[in-house]
Write a protein that binds this ligand. Sequence first.
Ligand code: KMH
Ligand code: ZN
Length: 275
Amino acid sequence: MTNGTLITVAPTGAESAKADVPALPVTLAELVSTAKECEALGASVIHVHIRDDDAQPSLDPARLKDTVAALRDATSLIVQLSSGGSVHDPESSRLAVLDAAPDMASCTMGTVNFGDDVFMNRWEFIVELHTRMQDRGIVPEYEIFDVGQLWSLERLLNKHGLPAGGHVHVDFVMGVPGGMPGDLKSLAACVAALPDGATFSATGIGRFTLPVLLGSLSAGGHLRVGMEDTVTYAKGQPVESNMQLVARAAAFARLAQRPPLTTAEARDMLGISSR
Ligand code: KMH
Ligand code: ZN
């Protein structure tokens, strides 16, 4: 098992508005140039939400296909599409994300309150996502917003088998209002409940960014950073770009003597075949 750090960049998300956060990449050109720069700084996975011409969250199938193609053209990053979309997206559109044939897709392991909204993930929907990804050779990243969702993951794997590639990779999303907090107690509980042999990354939302980043590194975990999860770099200081967040994560990883994985090393670890 590698000692390096997998760095995922989540540059856009579905929650922030371009009008409020001008540095948010929302066009394909902005996304591709962000991806290239983040790869050069040490990211090996990109978690992608796209926007429409009005910068609103979109799951448009043709746009998703074009996005996957453009990212593959310009980078060797592992392309992970969000199947979570926004809290308003119907299940059918979220399942159709897989038609764009990404390397990976997210798969959230349960319903969770999401601020004033609800991020709905019914059991039957999770099973459908998991089995479609198995059939199509798309590697899931299981998103965990609360510790009990790891028991759902155990149940999913027991009933429906390992994901494509045979390796289980999980991302702890910590600090969403309605989910688990971004503290060490929660992180330790999640690590203790991981399926055998699984790897994990962690991301802290907003002010939880740094505690979760440092906690994950010290627990042998990997990192997800990006403007999907925080638009504040430090108290009172807005994030200038996704590159600023990736550069900070890569610097901490090097300090911890767990330097960023290359994209080839990341593919190896996650069980994703090279293109
Ligand atoms: N935008 C959130 C409702 C995912 O990408 O899979 C869901 C989310 C998780 O961001
Ligand atoms: Zn997402």
